[in-house]
Every structure is written in C-alpha cells, then in structure tokens.
Design a protein around this ligand. Structure first.
Ligand code: DI6
Ligand code: FE
Length: 405
C-alpha cells in the first residue's frame, strides 16, 4: 500500500546538496514528498517507495534546491543611512561622518527611539525581499540597541518577524557590536554589563539562539570578546564572531577555541586562524556584500580555507552601514565574481553550509528525508543561472515547513 504524504513534487530536477553526493547532489528525474512539514523522500523518482498525497505538483523539469538560508544579518534597526552614503560619495570620510553624529551611533539612536512594533515594521520589507528570492531561514542579530532593554527589544522584534511571516528566524545577541557613547572610555565597563546582565537576561528569556561579538580595533579586543564568550558558554549559548574584517586580531583562533559555529568576514584571516578554524570545524561565513560596499580590496584567503577543508557559508550581512543588501542571489554572484567561489560553493554556501553556520544542519540545508521541507523551486535550466545573473529573480515557488502557496 502507498504511504500517504501531504504533498508530492514530481518531475523536478533536484540539487539535494546531500553530503556524500558529489557536487550539488543532482538528481535528474527527482521527487520530493513531505508529511507534517518534514521531507519523507527526496531523490530519484525511479527509486521512490510507493507514495501518495492529496496534493501532487508537477514541476515540469524545474529545479528544486533547499530553501535558501541567510546566516548573518542585522535586519532589525531603526532609521537609515542613505544620507550618509551620499555624504561619502561627496567625499566625507567615515571618521568625519562619525564625528558629526552619524555612523553606527546614528542607527543606535534610531533603534533606541523605535518601539518593538516599529522595528518589526521597518525590518519586514527587508525580510520580504529575502523571502521573495526563496529564503526560508534568516538569522537576525541585535546590536543597535546597546542597552539591556534595547537589545532585548531588538531580539523580540526579530522573533516577531518569524511570527509575521512563513520563515524561520534564528536570533543572535550582538550586544558587543559597538561601544555606546555613555560608556565612552570604559569599554570594559560596557562588557561587564553585556556579561552580567544582557547575556543572562537574553538567555533566561529564550530570546537568543547564539551570541556574537565584533572583534576589531574599532570595536572590542580579543580579551573583551573572550569574556563575552565565557558568559555565553556559562549561559548555555553557542558563539560566533565578526572576525578579521578590517585587521587581524586573531579573532578566528579565539572563536575556534570556543567551538564557535562560525567566524564571519575573514578578509584578514591568516594561516594560523585558518588552521584553528579547520581543527575546530568552524564555518567561514563570507560576506561579499560588505566587501563590495566598503570597496575592500583584500580578499578573504579562499585557497587557504579550501586547502584546509574549512567550509564556506555566504550571507548578506544586511546592515545599514556596510551592506545594505537583501539579496542572496546577488550575494552568490558577488561571491563568485569577487571571491572566485565556484557555483557549487555558492549554492552550498546559502544552503548546507549556512545551516551549519547556524548549528541547524540536522534540521535544514539539504533535501534529505527527515529534514524540514523547506524548498525553493526555480524556473532555470541549470543551477549556474542562480549565480550568474544579477538583479533577476527566477523563483517559481517557495515551500516553508511543507506549506506551499
Ligand atoms: N561589521 C560591520 O561592518 C558593521 N558591523 C559589523 O559588525 C557596521 C555596522 C554599521 O555601520 O552599522
Ligand atoms: Fe555583520
């Protein structure tokens, strides 16, 4: 007797991304079946068990990939920085803009002034842009509140985004993003607040899935980040790190020592850092949108990462200052064009490896039985089209948690 499912997609070409299969794990005449939001079968139609479902969708040769995953965004913030962008085009430097009250502090002020509902309303169009291109999971960081109340408000706004749309939101507490002006000259005092109050409160209220920090000369030192990581561990939260973006602070090695899920940016990563990441299985999350927008010229050491078997995820880094980007398709194009990633690396970067960067590989990121049925169905002839084109969206349909429109 045929096993009853909720929905079957047949006549599709699959990029399963299943580990163990070469490349994208392509299946030419593929079938995906789902029940109760989970994949029951994904593979060759010829090898499928007897399945039936009240809904059967003929995919007419379209490609199905896992739903896309954006594993690094700062989607929740108040205000915007378009005016600052114009000033920069007119020749103003970051320092001049910051001295005039702009930069990250202006976003902090607008975020503090906004209610949770206003933050949600501001973030929804950004989230919708990601969803429109097949994103089914999006990580959202706090980091523009920089007080206990405003960091928790930002995390609640992030969680509320997941209630407002059919998408999985994972939240990351990034209280150690920048030094708020009221702590000027007392970074250690602010780190005390982060470790003693903000991390424990976010953990106790179940508002954070992970803790992140910005390890940089313009942000926090490795010693301060270590304290943040120790507090995260003490509160049972995994860590990740903005590391080696503008200089080499040995942040990646520090992240590796704490078994971080990922180290992100990495333009200034050295051999020692790459080796430490490889040993600890830390995912390298590359952010080509930030690289592009700040007109960075130093490339992340892709060859060293490949040689050591460090897997690479890709993310938009959507934020108002250095990456106002809400397209994972364009992110893949930038990773290929600017970083010379292959098509297979790009697609794995926004699916299987992005799931690893969130510690969610058991649940999402590939088309495999038992995982959540998050699918992106594309009007394309070959996967390279998803990486090759710029500003064109070939998404045909998106399935989140087995729910098709
Ligand atoms: N890295 C960055 O480039 C941004 N934050 C971070 O951790 C800058 C954020 C901003 O300017 O608003
Ligand atoms: Fe970031």
């Amino acid at each position: 007797m045929a096993e009853l499912c909720d929905h079957i997609w047949r006549g599709a070409r699959l990029a399963t991304l299943a580990p163990g299969l070469p490349g994208l794990g392509v299946v030419e005449d593929g079938l995906v079946a789902a029940r109760a939001g989970r994949i029951v079968y994904a593979g060759p139609a010829a090898e499928a068990p007897a399945l039936d479902a009240p809904r059967i969708t003929a995919c007419e040769g379209r490609w199905i990939t896992p739903g896309l995953i954006d594993p690094h965004t700062h989607l929740v913030f108040g205000g915007d920085r378009a005016g600052e962008f114009e000033q920069r085009l007119a020749g103003a430097s970051y320092q001049e803009i910051a001295r005039a009250g702009g930069g990250i502090v202006s976003t902090m002020r607008a975020t503090r002034a906004a209610s949770q509902g206003q933050l949600v309303a501001a973030a929804l169009p950004r989230l919708d842009a990601l969803i429109a291109e097949g994103a089914t999971t999006v990580e959202v960081k706090s980091g523009y509140g920089l007080t206990l109340a405003d960091e928790l408000k930002s995390l609640r706004a992030a969680r509320a985004l997941g209630d407002a749309r059919d998408v999985t939101i994972t939240t990351t507490l990034l209280a150690a993003h920048a030094l708020p002006p009221e702590f000027a000259g007392d970074a250690d005092g602010y780190i005390d607040l982060v470790c003693r109050e903000i991390i424990p409160a976010a953990a106790a209220q179940g508002l954070a899935d992970a803790v992140d920090a910005f390890c940089e000369t313009i942000a926090f030192t490795p010693t301060q980040v270590r304290r943040v990581f120790e507090a995260a561990k003490a509160n049972g939260l995994p860590v990740k790190l903005h590391a080696e973006q503008l200089s080499n602070s040995q942040g990646a090695s520090l992240a590796a020592a704490f078994g971080a899920l990922s180290a992100d940016h990495l333009e200034h990563l050295d051999e020692t850092g790459a080796a430490a990441m490889a040993r600890a299985g830390v995912v390298a999350t590359l952010l080509p949108g930030a690289f592009y927008f700040v007109r960075e010229t130093r490339l992340p050491p892709i060859e060293a990462l490949r040689a050591r078997g460090v897997t690479m995820a890709l993310a938009t880094d959507c934020n108002p200052g250095t990456s106002p980007l809400t397209s994972l398709l364009l992110t893949m194009n930038m990773a290929a064009t600017l970083f010379r990633l292959t098509v297979d690396e790009c697609l794995a970067g926004v699916t299987r490896e992005a799931a690893r960067a969130l510690g969610r590989s058991a649940d999402i990121g590939t088309l495999e039985a038992g995982k959540r049925c998050d699918l992106a169905i594309w009007d394309i002839e070959r996967p390279a089209e998803l990486v090759y084109r710029m500003g064109y969206n070939p998404l045909h349909a998106r399935v989140w948690n087995g729910e098709a429109p």
